[in-house]
Structure formats: structure tokens, C-alpha cells
Ligand binder design. Structure first.
Ligand SMILES: [Zn+2]
Length: 395
């Protein structure tokens, strides 16, 4: 058998439970099977003893602007590969580079660099977190809920060419996701158009009423971006996006679980309503992630990072400086089980992107995208498509 690797002695996080120490066989980049340690292992080499580490499905970050000094709006292909490698050291095996509103030329440069990464990764020369496509956060969003996005680049949807002007990635099996506000001029027609093109639509940076949100749902929107952040807060006489999202079981959402964007008690409240089946974790990380406190030039302005909190010149929070690993740790500390965290950090994002047939959980036949954590929830091993992307195993 080509490219077989046996992982022994790992607690394996499945979708509904975590196993006793067991074995996992990887063949041809995929999980061949999970089996009890008492069973005889098939002959394979090499064997990696995980010594009781906990093996999660690789995390999938669908909303990330940068890390390790790399910003998706400025990055070259080599920069993005550096970022992909940083992500793999932090347990991320797939990601969606996320763009903030910019000029068409700015978008073109960013998408060109992402295309370069996808080409390099498709020929397997680089083992880093896989860039799955592109996430446009805007430009069709609400002026009144800009957060840290720059209003001067916001657009409305008047005609098809407004979508055509956004650069896309050429390959098959590529993901295009857009966060938009359905209440902007032409918003519902825009969702219809994107749905026709098989883009994934997420509602965010919005002040939409329930009536408009219902129309957005009819048009194909099924997800909400950084739920509760950059949307009208809940009001008892105006449920808005928060009330609508909490009460609509057919809608999923994602959360920035850094304890700054959302108070831990609010994280619990959302989880109680949506359950771990309908929540994805995102980082919404910016280029300063992994670099510590300080002042950074990002998106044409100075962003200050202080005690893990970001702030732009207007005093707005400007993204996070966490990784998916931090978000996973946060949810574990709030009482989510390992399986629930695996759902939120891997399976649900994979489902949203319609990639759950190939990744998002540890199951026979799926890609071997795996991360092993120790008792302190530090990453000790990351495997992407059966290849070791990062290794720091205890001796
Ligand atoms: Zn963002």
C-alpha cells in the first residue's frame, strides 16, 4: 500500500464521542480506518506513537485576514504560504483567505496571490493549511455597521456587472463565500445572483429587519457572519438579525470566540440556542496575530494590539489576534465537549462549504487532516492530506 502511516495510542475525537487510546491508519492521504489498540495493526511504516495525545479533525478557519505579519490584502503568494505554515502549526488544516473591501485592483492583487497558493498546493510542493478559495467580507455591506471595514469601498448592487467585477478563482472545487447585508440596495437580487453562481452567502455587517432576513433566506442565505458582532443588537420590539438568527434553526452562524468580541456568557447563550450543530468557530484574525502586543500598520491605518485586544483609530475592535486553537480552548473552558468543539471547529465549517464529504471529521474515507493536542491543548502534530505539516512530539 502506498503512503501508509499508522498513528498509535491516540484518543480520537469523533463527531459524537472521544475514543479510548486507539489506532488510526492513513493510506494514500486518507483515513483508512480507526481501530482498537488491541487489534493487530496491519504492517505499515512508519508508525507514530502519540502517547495518549488527543487527535482532533484539522481545524477549518473560514474567516481569517492574516497572521504572522501577513495580511491577505497585501500578501504575495510566498507570504500566504508563510501564513499557511503558521496556521498548520496552530492546528488549522484548511482556510478561506478573507478580503476586506477595497478597489477592484486591490481585490485583483489579493485574489491573484491566493490563486498562486492554490496552484502550488495542488501540486503538493507545499504542506501548509490548504487555501480553499476566497471569502469576500463585503463590499456589499451596511454603512452603519462597518466595524473596521473601510466605508469608502462599500458598494451597492445595481447590475450583474457589479458581481462580474469581483475577481474569482479559476479552478474546479473552489469556494467563493461572500458576507453581505441583504438590506442594501439590490441586496436580495445580489443573493439570487450569487446563489446562481454557487457562491455561499453569509449575512453580516447588517441592520436588516426580520422581513428582509426572511427574503434573504428565500434567496439562498443560510449562514451569519461573526454573529452578534457588526449587526443590530437584540431589541425586544425589533428582533433584527440577532433575534432572527437565534430563533431560526435552519440558519447557522459563526462566532469569534476570543472572549473580547463576545462575552463568555454570550457565547454560552448563543450555544444554548444554536447548539454545537449550528455554530462554527472563526478566528477573524488580522496580520498582527502571533506577534504580540504593539502597533501595526494594517488596512492603511494604525491598529493597536493591547492585552490581546485590537483597536483602530476610531476605537473600533479591528478583528482578533487569536487562532482557531485559542477559540477551541475557549469553548472547552466553557464546558463544550471535545466532540462538540470538533463539530464547531471542523465539521460545521466543512458543511457550510459543502466539503463535509471529504473533510471536517475523522472518518474512514475522508482526508487525513488531523491535529494532535496534548493535555495543555498545545499542538504536537498536524497532518494535512496524510503528510506531516508540523511535528513537536513529546520524546
Ligand atoms: Zn473579518
Amino acid at each position: 500500500m502506498r503512503d501508509a502511516v499508522l498513528l498509535r495510542n491516540a484518543r480520537i475525537v469523533l463527531t459524537e464521542s472521544t475514543t479510548e487510546p486507539a489506532s488510526l491508519l492513513i493510506e494514500d492521504g486518507r483515513v483508512a480506518r480507526v481501530f482498537d489498540s488491541s487489534e493487530t495493526a496491519p504492517p505499515s511504516s512508519p508508525v507514530i506513537d502519540l502517547n495518549g495525545l488527543t487527535l482532533f479533525p484539522g481545524f477549518i478557519d473560514i474567516h481569517i485576514h492574516g497572521a504572522a505579519g501577513v495580511d491577505t490584502m497585501q500578501a504575495s503568494t510566498d507570504d500566504l504560504l508563510k501564513l499557511a505554515s503558521f496556521l498548520s502549526r496552530n492546528g488549522v488544516t484548511a482556510w478561506l483567505p478573507t478580503l476586506v473591501p477595497d478597489t477592484t485592483a486591490g481585490y485583483q492583487q489579493a485574489v491573484h496571490a491566493i490563486d498562486g497558493v492554490r496552484r502550488r498546493q495542488s501540486v503538493d510542493q507545499e504542506v501548509g493549511a490548504r487555501a480553499l478559495g476566497v471569502h469576500y467580507e463585503g463590499p456589499f455591506v451596511n454603512n452603519e455597521q462597518c466595524g473596521a471595514l473601510h466605508r469608502e469601498y462599500f458598494r451597492t448592487f445595481k447590475q450583474i456587472s457589479d458581481v462580474d467585477s469581483l475577481p474569482t478563482l479559476p479552478h474546479a472545487e473552489v469556494i467563493h463565500l461572500m458576507t453581505l447585508a441583504p438590506e442594501i440596495d439590490g441586496g436580495i437580487a445580489l443573493i439570487n445572483e450569487l446563489d446562481k453562481r454557487e457562491w455561499i452567502v453569509s449575512i453580516g455587517h447588517t441592520r436588516a429587519t426580520v422581513d428582509i432576513l426572511d427574503q434573504a433566506f428565500e434567496a439562498g442565505a443560510r449562514h451569519m457572519t461573526h454573529f452578534m458582532n457588526a449587526m443590530t443588537p437584540l431589541h425586544h420590539r425589533a428582533p433584527g438579525p440577532v433575534g432572527w438568527g437565534l430563533m431560526n434553526d435552519q440558519v447557522t452562524c459563526d462566532l469569534i470566540a476570543d472572549g473580547v468580541h463576545l462575552d463568555p456568557s454570550i457565547l454560552k447563550l448563543i450555544l444554548r440556542n444554536k447548539t454545537s450543530k449550528r455554530v462554527s468557530l472563526i478566528s477573524d484574525a488580522i496580520a498582527a496575530t502571533g506577534l504580540g502586543d504593539g502597533e501595526y500598520q494594517i488596512w492603511g491605518e494604525t491598529i493597536v494590539v493591547e492585552n490581546g485586544r485590537t483597536r483602530n483609530s476610531h476605537g473600533s475592535i479591528a478583528g482578533s489576534v487569536i487562532t482557531m486553537l485559542d477559540a477551541a480552548r475557549m469553548m472547552l473552558s466553557l464546558g463544550s465537549s471535545e466532540s462538540e468543539v470538533a463539530q464547531m471547529a471542523a465539521l460545521n465549517p466543512a458543511r457550510l462549504l459543502k466539503l463535509d464529504h471529504e473533510c471536517g471529521s475523522i472518518e474512514a474515507g475522508k482526508r487525513a487532516d488531523l491535529v494532535a493536542l496534548d493535555d495543555k491543548r498545545q499542538v504536537r502534530l498536524t497532518i494535512i492530506g496524510g503528510q506531516i505539516a508540523f511535528q513537536d512530539l513529546p520524546s
